[in-house]
Design a protein around this ligand. Structure first.
Ligand code: NAD
Ligand code: LMR
Length: 328
């Protein structure tokens, strides 16, 4: 057994966390040899509900769970945290875009950034799930100046998983056949799922799927609009699949990415592929097994891809302008 990992999770009485917390405690994020301590943050009115969730976690008798902290104070929730998964915030409803949440959810990340800066562990890593997740991660990063920028990420793994599943269904192969599925830009209706560089059993997707009109139109719009489609069908936003993506995101951040493959993570741009520096932008990344990532270099982008990437970058620049007052 290694020493326990302290994992802070916000929005802990909410829908996503009802799927997420049990899987973390079962060892799905850090494996069967790593004990975990859950530090669960909620707003005061949700503390009774959080007590109920904690009773259920207790009743699972998870062997890897060393301790569980319940709090409505950010500095207690993030104290000594090695990983913070920021899920707490309003979800959108039918007819809304994720960016419509920006002024409701953005201020949460000003306070949480400051608290992380003050009390988190020196090696803390942050994954923002709450929408609009790229810009919320940007706000968090700006309010935590002592934490290196490369520790802040936003979750686009759900988009990677959705894209893989769509491609696998179209090609009539299992999902495990699909690799190198990059998502570029914003977790929004402008994201660019890069099918040109994705592979099916090692072959470029456009060589395996010959319906290129479908790839350029229906595939992209299905991935971009999947969140809305789920809200229309279910009456509430994705929860179990979002929790699953959060497990994938954190697990793969601490695992060596298999040779030649990559994953989607929204990270602080340092100007890669000409993307405006400082934006939290989804790129194809590779992880080294030590909790570090690098943006994959040298990916070929044709005019079609460059135009899509410019559109999603422009949207993120506009979101950044809307929250200027929250960026210190
Ligand atoms: P939910 O309403 O079921 O739960 C959110 C929880 O957050 C609530 O319990 C609420 O009390 C809590 N909360 C609110 N403000 C808080 C604060 N300041 N500190 C701590 N907790 C706080 O919503 P949900 O379905 O769990 O979704 C949560 C967020 O995740 C939403 O913003 C949603 O849009 C987003 N989301 C993102 C992705 C993604 O792929 N990035 C996927 C699905 C959902
Ligand atoms: C999703 O992609 O399912 C989430 O971001 C929730 C939403 O609002 O679409």
């Amino acid at each position: 057994m290694t020493s326990p990992v302290r994992i802070a999770v916000t929005g802990a009485a909410g829908s996503i966390d009802y799927s997420l917390l049990f899987r973390i405690a079962a060892g799905e994020m850090f494996g069967p040899d790593t004990p975990v301590i859950l530090q669960l943050l909620e707003i005061t009115p949700a503390m009774d509900a959080l007590e109920g969730v904690a009773m259920e976690i207790d009743d699972c008798a998870f062997p890897l769970l060393e301790d569980i902290v319940l709090t409505d104070e950010a500095t207690k929730g993030f104290d000594g945290a090695n990983l913070a998964i920021l899920v707490g915030g309003m979800p959108r409803q039918s007819g809304m875009e994720r960016a419509d949440l920006i002024r409701a959810n953005g201020p949460i990340f000003e306070g949480q950034g400051k608290a992380l800066n003050e009390v988190a562990a020196d090696d803390v890593r942050i994954c923002v799930v709450a929408n609009p997740c790229n810009t919320n991660a940007l706000i968090t990063m700006h309010n935590a100046p002592d934490i290196p920028n490369e520790r802040f990420t936003a979750m686009t793994r759900l988009d990677e998983n959705r894209a893989k599943s769509q491609l696998a269904a179209k090609a009539g192969v299992p999902v495990r056949s699909v690799s190198n599925m990059g998502i570029w830009g914003n977790h929004s209706n402008t994201m660019y799922p890069d099918f040109f560089n994705a592979r099916i059993d090692g072959e470029p997707v456009p060589q395996v799927i010959d319906d290129h009109d479908w790839l350029k139109e229906e595939f992209i719009s299905t991935v971009q609009g999947r969140g809305s489609a789920i809200i229309e069908a279910r009456g509430s936003s994705s929860a179990a699949s979002a929790a699953n993506a959060a497990i994938d995101h954190a697990r793969d951040w601490f695992k060596e990415t298999p040779e030649g493959d990559w994953h989607a993570m929204a990270v602080a741009s340092t100007g890669e592929y000409g993307v405006s520096e400082g934006l939290i932008f989804s790129f194809p990344v590779r992880c080294d097994g030590e909790g570090n990532y690098e943006v994959v270099e040298g990916i070929e982008l044709n005019d079609f891809a460059r135009e899509k990437i410019a559109t999603t970058e422009k949207q993120l620049i506009e979101e950044r302008e809307v929250v200027q007052d929250l960026l210190t």
